[in-house]
Design a protein around this ligand. Structure first.
Ligand SMILES: NC(=[NH2+])NCCC[C@H](N)C(=O)O
Ligand SMILES: [Mn+2]
Length: 291
């Protein structure tokens, strides 16, 4: 995404962009599956992410985190919530990523991040068996989350969404109501007075694999590129976006064309979240050239 010119494009929009660079994550040799895969590595990595995002938000920055595995959102949301405890969350994804370590069929932590963060699921997490997450405090009420784009849920996830009556718009509702209605109702549910900072976690696999083949767990029948862009533009217009994750871009999978399309989609969504308009942006001070 950097190589595709993301930072220059954001600067062209008038943003004062500070690239805080990559975080370096340690690999742990002795990291056997313990309910989940790679608990030590992910626990340590997400702790670093949390600290970095907390600091960036405290420095008054709209904070963008690029990934990579969606488990990073354990850290981004935790860090954001430390600085902005009143945040609400838009989770744009094919998956709900709210498996608990005991419901995950795969063991992949990227399918579980929300279960670690949600107050109401605190007692379902085997914390004592996962000491690498001992730094983490659940920080989110389940009613503070709205899901958009869902189309691949595991049984435990379906149960959790139903039990807590979570705001969620699957791709079925997107087809039924249209994307404008869906995103407006999502915001109305989690941010009715428009006074809460928004965290948007945008998984590139929410968008159809036609445009996003370079991702680990593609699911057919996703949001169109245009629906993804509409979400981004609509959220920008609220003026409340405080932190943004753009995740699950993996240029190592798929064809060369998949890689190009996926990175392009990610960069377009990111720039739209930060003010690029498809109708065109008026440059400040623009004057018509005269003959
Ligand atoms: N962020 C993602 N791509 N998540 C995919 C999760 C897939 C599946 N539900 C699992 O828990 O393993
Ligand atoms: Mn995800």
């Amino acid at each position: 995404m950097r190589e595709a010119g993301l930072i220059e494009k954001l600067r062209d929009l008038g943003h004062n962009v500070e690239d805080r660079g990559d975080l370096n994550f340690d690999v742990f040799k002795d990291d056997p599956r313990n309910y989940v895969l790679n608990p030590k590595a992910v626990g340590a990595a997400t702790k670093k992410v949390s600290k970095a995002v907390e600091q960036a938000v405290r420095d008054n920055k709209l904070t963008v985190t690029l990934g990579g595995d969606h488990s990073i959102s354990i850290g981004t949301i935790h860090g954001h919530a430390r600085a902005e405890p009143n945040l609400c969350l838009l989770w744009i994804d094919a998956h709900a990523d709210i498996n608990t370590p005991l419901t995950t069929p795969s063991g992949n932590i990227h399918g579980t991040p929300l279960s670690f963060l949600v107050n109401q699921l605190k007692d379902t997490i085997p914390w004592a068996a996962l000491p690498s997450f001992d730094w983490l405090q659940p920080c989110l009420n389940i009613t503070d989350i709205a899901f958009v784009g869902l189309r691949d849920l595991d049984p435990g996830e379906r149960y959790i969404l139903q039990k807590f009556n979570i705001t969620s718009f699957s791709i079925h509702e997107v087809d039924r109501f249209g994307i404008h209605e869906v995103i407006a109702r999502s915001l109305e549910a989690v941010n009715p007075k428009g006074d809460r900072p928004i965290h948007m976690s945008f998984d590139i696999d929410s968008v159809d694999p036609a445009a996003t083949g370079a991702t680990g767990t593609p699911v057919p029948g996703g949001l169109t590129f245009r629906e993804g862009m509409f979400i981004a533009e609509h959220v920008y217009r609220t003026g409340l976006l405080s932190a943004l994750d753009l995740v699950e871009v993996n240029p190592e999978v798929g064809s060369r064309q998949d890689k190009v399309n996926t990175v392009m989609t990610a960069v377009e969504v990111l720039t739209a979240c930060l003010g690029k308009k498809r109708e065109g942006n008026l440059l400040p001070g623009y004057q018509l050239p005269m003959p």
